[in-house]
Design a protein around this ligand. Structure first.
Ligand SMILES: [Zn+2]
Length: 58
């Protein structure tokens, strides 16, 4: 392999609460799909929606 340099990609998921509009960034986990419902909002207990998934190369 010529391109043997490994890239470490960190993936993040940003959840948004539709009720109080708080954003929460956490590590990406398998099964996260954009605009799916996610975990519960820590502020108002509503179900958050996955607003953004992005990766970062170290
Ligand atoms: Zn909320």
């Amino acid at each position: 392999m010529i391109f043997s340099k490994e890239e470490i990609i960190l993936e993040y998921t940003v959840e948004k609460c539709p009720k109080c509009e708080k954003l929460n960034q956490r590590d990406f986990s398998d099964g996260d799909v954009l605009f799916n419902s996610s975990s519960k909002c820590t502020f108002c207990d509503s179900v958050t929606i996955i607003e953004k998934i992005y990766g970062e190369i170290l």
